[in-house]
Design a protein around this ligand. Structure first.
Ligand code: HPA
Length: 271
């Protein structure tokens, strides 16, 4: 197997062998937003199973392939599906693709995920721009991301690029679709939260909760990548409502959110 560095070199060599292009943009697509990959003018699609050291993605709704090609005029490498810690992968394996993307030349990383809405103002299908996070994976999250070049602790909220966020909100306003921003809480999962946990997350300032993204952001930070991350709200936590919400459950949040996500990412690439 070898160490992380060797694994990243092997995987990088393999990918470059399949697609000899230097992408400037990386995209990691979570549950429900995989269809954005369809709008990439693809040169090649590479199943994770073919890439040395990468596991096959097993989470529901995740196809498990790299889509390499062009989007909004840029060379992009997109991950259609990601690796979650709750699937049993250790954090180095789960974030190996981010190391590889950085080695290929990626400078901007766009990330999407599915998340539970903790902020009572959110609705299923809303898109929440992550402007900060609360890391409940902290023992699993790579420590690397927390130091800057001089070895001092990084201000972690700096990892979400303010300028890109500002542009995304300008774009959403001009295009007349709603976009929200807030704090993402990362849990190890695999279970959804208890009523008491949702209540607690709301109290400490989380707006959405999910089981991914933070390890990827931490690794991206070690390479100085500019990161934009967005949550698709797939369910609303109502810890104080006893009846189960049903109507909302049937709504396919991804279908509502995908055009907004796509529009934001394309606009950001053009800028
Ligand atoms: N909790 C954690 N992860 C999630 C949720 C949730 O409510 N919804 C989608 N991913």
């Amino acid at each position: 197997m070898g160490d992380l560095r060797t694994q990243a070199i092997d995987a990088h060599r393999f990918l470059v062998g399949q697609w000899n292009t230097a992408p400037s943009v990386g995209i990691i697509l979570g549950t429900g937003s995989g269809e954005i990959a369809e709008s990439i003018e693809a040169d090649v699609k590479i199943p994770y199973a073919d890439v040395p050291h990468l596991p096959t993605s097993t989470a529901i709704g995740h196809i498990g392939q790299f889509v390499c090609g062009r989007m909004a005029g840029a060379n992009v490498i997109a991950m259609q599906g990601r690796f979650h810690l709750y699937e049993g992968y250790d954090v180095d394996l789960a974030t190996l693709p981010v190391h590889v993307m950085a080695a290929m030349g990626v400078r901007h990383l766009f990330i999407s995920n599915a998340a539970g809405g903790v902020n009572p103002n959110w609705r299923v299908g809303d898109v929440m721009m992550i402007n900060s996070h609360i890391d409940f994976m902290y023992r699993a999250t790579p420590a690397l991301g927390q130091c800057n070049d001089s070895g001092r602790p990084r201000r972690r909220s700096d990892q979400y690029d303010r300028e890109m966020i500002r542009q995304a909100f300008g774009h959403a306003r001009n295009s007349d679709f709603p976009l929200y921003q807030g704090v993402y809480a990362s849990m190890l999962g695999p279970n959804y939260e208890t009523r008491a946990e949702y209540r607690y997350l709301k109290k400490i300032g989380a707006d959405a909760v999910g089981m991914s993204t933070v390890p990827e952001v931490a690794v991206a930070a070690t390479y100085g990548l500019k990161v934009m991350a967005m949550s698709i709200i797939t369910n609303i936590a109502k810890p104080d409502v006893l009846a189960k919400t049903s109507g909302e459950d049937v709504v396919d949040a991804g279908v509502i959110a995908a055009p907004k996500l796509k529009s934001i990412v394309e606009n950001a690439i053009r800028q």
